[in-house]
Design a binder for this molecule. Sequence first.
Ligand SMILES: NC(=O)c1ccc[n+]([C@@H]2O[C@H](COP(=O)([O-])OP(=O)(O)OC[C@H]3O[C@@H](n4cnc5c(N)ncnc54)[C@H](OP(=O)(O)O)[C@@H]3O)[C@@H](O)[C@H]2O)c1
Length: 255
Amino acid sequence: MDTLPPVGLGTMGVEDPSVVETALDVGYRHLDTAQIYENEAVVGEGLAASGVPREDVTLATKLWIDSLAPEDVAAGTRASLDRLGVESVDLLYVHRPRGGYDPEGTMAALEDVLDAGLTDAVAVSNFTPAQYEAAAAHLDAPLLANQVEFHPLFRQERLLDHAAEHDYTVVAYSPLAGGEVFEIPELQAIAEKHDTTEAAVSIAWLCQYDRVVTIPKASSREHLEANRAAADLTLDPEDVERIEGIDREVELFPE
Ligand SMILES: NC(=O)c1ccc[n+]([C@@H]2O[C@H](COP(=O)([O-])OP(=O)(O)OC[C@H]3O[C@@H](n4cnc5c(N)ncnc54)[C@H](OP(=O)(O)O)[C@@H]3O)[C@@H](O)[C@H]2O)c1
């Protein structure tokens, strides 16, 4: 897998394959789904209908906590591939370190899934630095990414040092705080200054960090295009400082 593009498509809540098709038409090349979203078939259908070659797209899914016991990992992965209608995915995540998850056993099972060619790479989501290190210690292959909640109301600056130290990508989820970014006065002011939207400011702010890519969910062509274009917006250093100074915290997906 090459490096992930700065903006991919989050698909939680996407129930219409035409959204995925439109995203691919607009230029998205990273699709993020999960077993728990119950839409892997929808994502696979959109990908197949798009005409974009499978090898041009980074397709990611996540094993839910009931597929993480070592004896369940391979069957869970195969079930996802069946629903997606593909031979393999590019990125397979542990969605959360819970349920049947056990660093040693789950990682050994994921190593077997890698060896069987069912995924190109393994990653984790919602892992603390300590949990990341415990997982990495039991995997010969690199753990390519940690997907975490990351937006102007829930920042992850400290994780970025860990990512640099251990050479992995941070995939920022809920970059628009599920829509709350429009209500943040600091973002409203920065958006006005750059003649853009709070959504674009949030995405641009995430993309200015090394090692961070993001996966906003959007449904309309207009939102899809705007979110992808936002990666090209350059914020001023004082804008970044202002966002990093927001003292309100909202975590949408606590443990
Ligand atoms: N790993 C995990 O545990 C985890 C947890 C949560 C989410 N995620 C991933 O992260 C993805 C994104 O997170 P999210 O879905 O929670 O929220 P989000 O991306 O922060 O926000 C999505 C919301 O913003 C709206 N929106 C998108 N672009 C917009 C624009 N340019 N202008 C105005 N509104 C816009 C969308 O509406 P429309 O749909 O109408 O465009 C939708 O209501 C998920 O889909 C999923 O793939 C992962």
